[in-house]
Ligand binder design. Sequence first.
Ligand code: GLU
Length: 485
Amino acid sequence: MVRVRFAPSPTGYLHVGGARTALFNWLYARRHGGTFVLRIEDTDAERSSWDMVAGIVDGLRWLGLDWDEGPDVGGPHAPYFQSQRLDRHRELAERLVRDGRAYYCYCTADEMQRKRADAEGRGETWTYDRTCERRSADEIAALEASGTPRAIRFRVPPGETPFTDLVHGPIAFDNANLEDFVILRSDRQPTYHLSVVADDIDMAITHVVRGDDHISNTPKQVLLYQAFGVTPPAFAHVPLILGPDKKRLSKRHGATSVMEYHRLGYLPEAMVNFLALLGWSPGNDRELFSRDELVAAFTLEGISGGNAVFNPEKLDWFNQQHIARLSSAALLARLETRLEDAGLWTDDLATTRVGWILSVLDLLKPRVKKLDQLLDELRPFLVDDPEIDPSAAQKYLSSGEVRSLLDTLASALETVEPFGEATIEATLRATAERAGVKAAALIHATRVAVTGRAVSAGLFQVLVLLGRECVVRRLRRILNYTPAA
Ligand code: GLU
């Protein structure tokens, strides 16, 4: 039974790297009918906040990465906030002391700092020198009697700690390079290594899928599993995400928060598809996947060991593809709030004019990369009279002859039957020819008059969708239009 977890520390929003880790865990759970656990590792009280927890939860929900156990949904291993599990971690630390796998350490920060400085002065790196491991019973009794604060250190055994990483293959660390690390601080705060292992054991986690930055933590954690007499889970360390300049992805490269991509007009389907291919490959050239198709194709073995590069143009491409794949009805639902915010929504778009707006979306959706762009393309269809872009006017409406020809065209279009693409086109071409003006010039001028812009979807389709009355009115307004000098 597969049980995986996403275990974010809520010290920031959900960033692209975290979202990808969550996605890989989620895909693996769904692929194998397993359980996806969300555990909030909020032990750093100063750096964690509810806002950050909410931000992470919102990000996961937006991406559609639902969890089977965790905040809000609960589960058999509650609580899912690490800060509420610390007593259990303390108990386990004491157990390791009783079992001889860990020991109390009375060394003060000052003492250790001095030793470290001395060693560095000699050009050496200092690791904990096991002062407290060698103390006599009398010494310990005296330290206890004087109430000296004590931490708990794990006694690293000699030898090697090997583990198999499902991404990187077999890895072994020489224990000589691992100092006797602290598992419980002198203020009784458990450290990350203890907490994460304790919770993964208690939550029966079978696979730990997380960022490459945790590889060096793994031997210490494997040693803890062994000390608790528990078989470690399988590990899969996922490569880092780099910016296009091959440096670690950061804000310098643009948005790193997942919800920022939501605001920028990306679809969650596109984000999921894009993130999945950052470091994972289906083993062939296929790129476009729905969420279900990813679930069916996902394997941990398909994760590559090399770093993944975040390419914003690729994300745009995925977004364009997923927008085009979405039905116009689904697209309209996604746009509703944005249209409202832009003051472009009217309730008849969901009732009497729904057929019309869906046809407009059919026309526009292949043209855009982001929802914002779509909103912009929709504007001429949803406002009374769109503003005219001055540079478009300068280019295509500067001739008085063409401007008055728009009025002639308006009159011709008032009576043409039916008001369809072919008849409109024939009328426009005939109007241009009679006046000895190039059809292209009249087409451009018409587009600017009617949409306010120099570029749009196919003009005759646009005119049909706008309808006769609107087109005639917008063409006529040009008679009173004075182009900027
Ligand atoms: N809370 C840790 C982090 O956010 C994750 C620990 C883990 O996955 O083992 O980096």
